[in-house]
Design a protein around this ligand. Structure first.
Ligand code: AMP
Length: 304
């Protein structure tokens, strides 16, 4: 039993109103793996990097119990590179650079020891690579979740539709939900998107929390108000990691338990934004996480 994580493992360069970084470690799968490792100890990573990627970060993942046998290191090639600049509100950003490099030809090979995973988290990647992973699994996982972004909606919508038709849960942000559905109302958007395949849908609204949809059920979890948000990069992936890590640990995919998973995901995401890149996540303890989850419960306690 395990959680299989695929996605980008990358270099990012980030600019926010609070500062600017050179190349730091990023990538959807990096954030997902780190966040889920706080809850679950059987995490298998499938990703690709070039020979420019630091071994010390791979060691860091291993130390957290993340299995990197499925991480391909391409000699003589460069890792995926993404650069983004946030606007003053920190809720929106412009992508400045996307260099696919090794991701452009990524063939996601699944080690035999990764087969029979119960949970699959398809982090942000080419939709065709995401669907290939599903096709290469000998048994269908109990829950398949995916993330995507506007970049793929712009250049690979047919592949994205195909992949969406194969998954149970889609985790995206409000802007992406609006682009994907063509609807401004998130309620209307949620219906259109769920008609494309995923029975469950999470729409993240940045500092305005997250919504979980399934059939006629709707759940809302606020985001924790923070004094300082330094860098929102990876918050969405960290949410997904916390969410899936919690579900994998409990093994329960009922709507009731998914609501708890949304709270755990939101708590992890609230840490991520407090420093640049993965820095804050890497210094967290289990006590920090538990205390933050308690804060979330108090925050939305309506006193009834
Ligand atoms: P988020 O802030 O949750 O949207 O995730 C940001 C992370 O996604 C960064 O660390 C990037 O390296 C990664 N990323 C950005 N664009 C892409 C893309 N087109 N494909 C895969 N990963 C990407």
């Amino acid at each position: 039993m395990s959680l299989l994580v695929i996605g980008s493992v990358a270099f990012d360069a980030i600019e926010t109103p609070f500062g600017k970084t050179d190349k730091i470690i990023g990538g959807a799968a990096s954030y997902i793996s780190i966040a889920s490792s706080f809850f679950y100890n059987s995490i298998n990573l499938v990703a690709v990097v070039g020979d420019d990627f630091p071994q010390v970060f791979i060691d860091e993942l291993n130390n957290r119990g993340v299995n990197t046998n499925g991480l391909q290191i391409k000699q003589g090639e460069k890792s995926f590179f993404w650069s983004g600049k946030y606007h003053n509100d920190m809720n929106s950003r412009d992508t400045l650079v996307t260099e696919l490099n090794v991701l452009g030809t990524f063939d996601p090979l699944i080690p035999q020891s990764y087969q029979n995973c119960e949970f699959l988290m398809l982090g942000n990647l080419l939709p065709s690579v995401q669907s290939t992973v599903i096709e290469r699994l000998q048994n269908r996982p109990k829950l398949i979740a995916m993330d995507t972004m506007n970049f793929w909606m712009d250049i690979a919508m047919d592949d994205l539709r195909k992949t969406m038709g194969m998954v149970d849960l889609l985790i995206i942000n409000d802007e992406e939900a609006r682009q994907l559905s063509g609807e401004y109302s998130l309620l209307k958007a949620s219906r259109i998107i769920r008609n494309m395949g995923p029975k469950y849908l999470v729409i993240k609204k940045g500092e305005h929390g997250a919504l979980l949809f399934h059939e006629n059920d709707l759940f809302f979890c606020p985001a924790l108000p923070l004094e300082d948000v330094f860098d929102p990069t990876g918050a969405g992936d960290t949410f997904a990691g916390g969410f899936m890590g919690y579900l994998a640990k409990s093994g329960d995919i009922s709507f009731k338990n998914m609501k708890k998973a949304v709270v755990y995901g939101s708590a992890m995401a609230s840490f991520c934004v407090e420093k640049f890149g993965t820095e804050r996540l890497l210094e967290l303890t289990e006590e920090d996480v538990n205390a933050r989850v308690k804060l979330f419960l108090t925050l939305s306690d309506m006193g009834f």
